[in-house]
Write a protein that binds this ligand. Structure first.
Ligand code: ADP
Length: 383
């Protein structure tokens, strides 16, 4: 620790210097402002104690000159009562504190030691902040590389899976010749539905990594959403029947067109529908409702499943969040993807649960709702 004492009064320099030396500090002295500025320009001082009144420069000028090159140096003004004002001004300009003259050594020492401690903490804080910033940067970089890796792998998986699925379909449909037995057909069908699950999984992974990288592309067009919903529901007839789930449809055919990405919106609907069917026990009911209100379209999927506890209603829209304790398969990606797609269309998605008061625990049911502006052009289309 080194201290520069700037004072034209040789006596004051010596007395203060002696005491500080005894405390283990290295001391240098300057008898004028010019000497002080030149010394502080050559090396770093932990502390510079500056007399407010010097023969050649004001203490304030010295303070500013030293501060310019030494951000970490603690500057302490030494002042007689008559020039207290300029010390206060100096503190406004970055001095740490002031010592009154004639010097009270105990007071001077206490102020200097506090200054040294403050400097130590400030240097330590800066070091920690730098370490944290660097660690954060490298984590971000690793995270981006991981996302790119997941995106690449998912992409590479998708094509072969699609080819396998097509091949299985061709065989199952008998287009490549007859299948020997029903058992063989059942095995192939099971293989096909597993491949379809894998395709859904890699699609989710691909979507989430695109969303993370801000590279989710939108191909918007005008289309009739009522027709889209009906087409999707037609594909679920088999699955609903297998689980003995009844479907309650309330789709107003005159809702009209929406300007949106058809594939992405159908992905949202499919994700919600898959969940409703997946989490509803056999024999339950799934409801689908589509209505138009002013310039918005409201889409609702309700189910008679376990419902969503209050504390999970927002969390389930975060990546990898799941509340299922039973062994129901899933990745925790369906809802975050749905939310992002809806928000990319300037819409909103949320869940309401229970469906109504008085339902028994475990069968509270939930209603997922998303609302989309029919055409958000002209509004803020930053994304
Ligand atoms: P996944 O279904 O693959 O786990 P999601 O992101 O689609 O992922 O859903 C997140 C979680 O929200 C699910 O794990 C489940 O706990 C809960 N959840 C979603 N939809 C429903 C629903 N219709 N009924 C009950 N719980 C649901």
């Amino acid at each position: 620790m080194n201290i520069l004492i700037v004072d034209d009064d040789a006596n004051a320099r010596k007395t203060l210097g002696k005491i500080l030396k005894a405390k283990g500090y290295d001391i240098e002295e300057a008898a004028s402002g010019a000497e002080a500025v030149s010394k502080a320009g050559e090396k770093f001082f932990n502390i510079v104690a500056i007399d407010v009144r010097l023969p050649d420069k004001s203490g304030l000028e010295v303070l500013e000159a030293v501060r310019k090159n030494n951000e970490e140096t603690i500057l302490i003004m030494m002042t007689g009562y008559a020039s207290l004002d300029s010390s206060i001004e100096a503190m406004n300009k970055g001095a740490y504190s002031y010592i009154t003259k004639p010097l009270n050594m105990e007071q001077a020492l206490a102020i200097i030691e506090k200054g040294v401690e403050k400097q130590r903490l400030s240097i330590e804080n800066k070091r920690l902040l730098k370490e944290l910033t660097e660690a954060n940067e490298s984590l971000k970089e690793m995270d981006a590389r991981k996302s790119a890796f997941v995106a690449n792998v998912s992409h590479e998986f998708k094509n072969p899976l699609a080819v396998i699925k097509e091949s299985l379909s061709i065989i199952i449909e008998g287009l490549a010749g007859d299948i020997g037995s029903t058992k063989q057909k059942d095995i192939l069908s099971a293989a096909k539905s597993n491949i379809e699950r894998l395709i859904r999984l890699v699609t989710d992974l691909l979507d989430i990594s695109k969303i993370e990288a801000g590279k989710m592309e939108m191909r918007r067009e005008n289309f009739d959403i009522a027709i889209l919903v009906s087409e999707i529901l037609d594909n679920y007839k088999g699955e609903l029947a297998k689980k003995e789930i009844s479907l309650k449809k309330d789709i107003r055919e005159n809702v009209g067109a929406i300007w949106a990405d058809r594939d992405k919106i159908s992905e949202v609907i499919i994700n919600l529908l898959n969940n409703a069917i997946k989490y509803t026990p056999a024999g339950g009911e799934v409801g689908v409702k589509l209505i138009a209100k002013e310039n918005n379209l409201y889409f609702e999927i309700s189910d008679t499943g376990p419902g969503i506890p209050e504390e999970y209603k927002e969390k389930i829209f975060d990546k990898f969040e799941r509340i299922t304790t039973e062994k129901i398969e899933g990745t925790g990606l369906g809802l975050p993807i749905a939310k992002d797609i809806v928000e990319l269309h300037k819409g909103r998605i949320w869940v309401e649960s229970p469906l109504q008061q008085g339902l028994p625990a475990g069968r509270q049911g939930s209603r997922f709702i998303f609302v989309l502006p029919r055409d958000f052009r002209g509004k803020n289309t930053s994304r």
